[in-house]
Design a protein around this ligand. Structure first.
Ligand SMILES: [Zn+2]
Length: 96
């Protein structure tokens, strides 16, 4: 049977992203480097490395705290869905 308890789900924004599938805003898997709550990926526009964290108030944690590409200024944030073990590297305003 499917046990719906979430005893291993950490508090939102405090987990290990290596447990998640990392996807872009379109739902396509992307190449990333993960270390705990930190995520490194390449800018979809210019290919410059971008570093973001799924930690409150740090760069990339939410649309109000975007990680900004130092190559082109593109803004990203981590749309974390722990319940699905998925993380979307999204753009503020995308899809809204
Ligand atoms: Zn860029």
């Amino acid at each position: 049977m499917n046990d719906e308890t979430h005893q291993d789900a950490p508090a939102e924004g405090a987990g290990d992203l290596s447990e998640c599938q990392i996807l872009d805003a379109e739902g396509e898997a992307i190449e990333v480097d993960v270390l705990g709550p930190w995520l490194s990926f390449l800018c979809e526009d210019c290919g410059h490395p971008v570093l973001a964290a799924a930690l409150p108030n740090l760069r990339g944690s939410d649309p109000a705290h975007p990680a900004i590409c130092r190559g082109c200024g593109h803004e990203y944030f981590l749309d974390l869905r722990w319940e699905d073990r998925r993380l979307y590297v999204s753009t503020p305003g995308h899809g809204d």
